[in-house]
Write a protein that binds this ligand. Structure first.
Ligand code: NAD
Ligand code: UDP
Length: 332
């Protein structure tokens, strides 16, 4: 199939481009490079020795999006493009609501106009709020604590309403847990702008000596060792989950958790990283980070049953691959 990947120069989109090309699909990427570099697309073509058509456009721009649909026989869209920094979304709510909601509506509209009936959307475990773990797709969504989370809840709702009145439209909403790791070649990986907010890129930069020490946000949570527990998933497993979702789409809207089903605490991740890299991580425990929850991990039965997909790579592999990319990537 010929697939339009929005946000395909970004972290998850670029790894998904590799997985789609590996599965025999062709890809067109649309990205405004607001949080990524064209370099990444060149590296994807290097890994796969295959061509990718790239449009440097903003996907809130209706005309620019329609131009792609009229020039390519697009058969499916995977919509990754979006702003994703939770803290920044509190500072800049309008920017987040505008970018994340208008992009989804512009793409859904173009799909209706050009009769593209396959749509895969990047959602997040954030939509579960403080539900009881493990999070199951049938749970009622609870309020999130920030505009970023709300854009995911609202985008899901918009797609739900569109699918309800368009019986041929097939939508897969993928709720990601915590993607880490990198392509095993070490050629592409996560490229955060400035000081990372997320744990794994922060850890790799401490290990590399770019940052002094890790700050662990709270050690008094009701968890195995008091630190926050998350369901870390290798980005290539996540990428392969998108291929499975796309290839197993059925009409209507379907919601899937993409995680491993396993919770790992901050301290457990630090230990796993130390073992994989052979480097001791300097850390201190500080106050909890506002908005963080104690526990977040997935029930993964539905994706296994409907998509025949499960995550395969373990925590050690995730740490090894993140570390390999950090070491390989010089231009930072
Ligand atoms: P990323 O920032 O690396 O990739 C997003 C890409 O979208 C970037 O390349 C950016 O330049 C592009 N973009 C943003 N707005 C755009 C616009 N209006 N037009 C064109 N391009 C635009 O982020 P990622 O980690 O790859 O995340 C991809 C998607 O998955 C996002 O929607 C994010 O909210 C969601 N998600 C990510 C995580 C995570 O932890 N990384 C977890 C859950 C959900
Ligand atoms: N965390 C931390 N120090 C950091 C970044 C994150 O202790 O510098 C913790 C955070 O409190 C959470 C976990 O690591 O328990 C994962 O955080 P991340 O920001 O990577 O993902 P989130 O689940 O918040 O989206």
């Amino acid at each position: 199939m010929k697939i339009l990947i929005t946000g395909g120069a970004g972290y998850i989109g670029s790894h998904t481009a590799v997985a789609l090309l590996e599965a025999g699909h062709t890809v067109v990427i649309a990205d405004n490079l607001s949080n990524s570099k064209e370099w990444t697309i060149k590296k994807v073509t290097q890994i796969m020795s295959k061509r990718i058509t790239f449009y440097n456009i903003d996907v809130t721009d209706e005309e620019a999006v329609e131009n792609i649909f009229s020039n390519h026989p697009i058969e499916g869209v995977i919509h990754f493009a979006g702003l994703k920094a939770v803290g920044e979304s509190v500072e800049k709510p309008l920017e987040y609501y505008y970018n994340n909601l208008v992009s989804t509506m512009v793409l859904a509209k173009a799909c209706q106009k050009y009769k593209v009936m396959r749509f895969v959307f990047s959602s997040s475990a954030v939509v579960y709020g403080e539900n009881q773990v493990p999070f199951v797709e049938t749970m009622d969504l609870l309020p999130t604590t920030n505009p970023y989370g709300e854009t995911k809840v609202m985008s899901e709702r918009i797609l739900f309403d569109i699918a309800k009145v368009n019986p041929a439209f097939s939508v897969s909403v993928l709720r990601y847990f915590n993607p880490i790791g990198a392509h095993e070649s070490g050629i592409i990986g996560e490229l955060p702008n400035g000081i990372p907010n997320n744990l794994m890129p922060y850890l790799t930069q401490v290990a590399k000596g770019k940052l002094k020490k890790l700050r662990i946000f709270g050690s008094d949570y009701p968890t195995v060792d008091g630190t926050g527990v998350r369901d870390y998933i290798h980005v290539m497993d996540l990428a392969e989950g998108h291929v499975a979702a796309l290839e197993n789409l059925t009409t209507g809207i379907h919601f899937y958790n993409l995680g491993t089903g396993q919770g790992t605490s901050v301290l457990e991740l630090v230990n796993a990283f130390e073992q994989a890299s052979g480097i001791k991580i300097l850390y201190e425990v500080v106050e909890r980070r506002p908005g963080d929850i104690a526990l977040c991990y997935a029930d993964v039965a539905k994706a296994k049953k409907d998509l025949g997909w499960t995550a395969k790579r373990d925590i050690t592999t995730m740490c090894r691959d993140s570390w390999r990319f950090e070491n390989n990537y010089k231009d930072r």
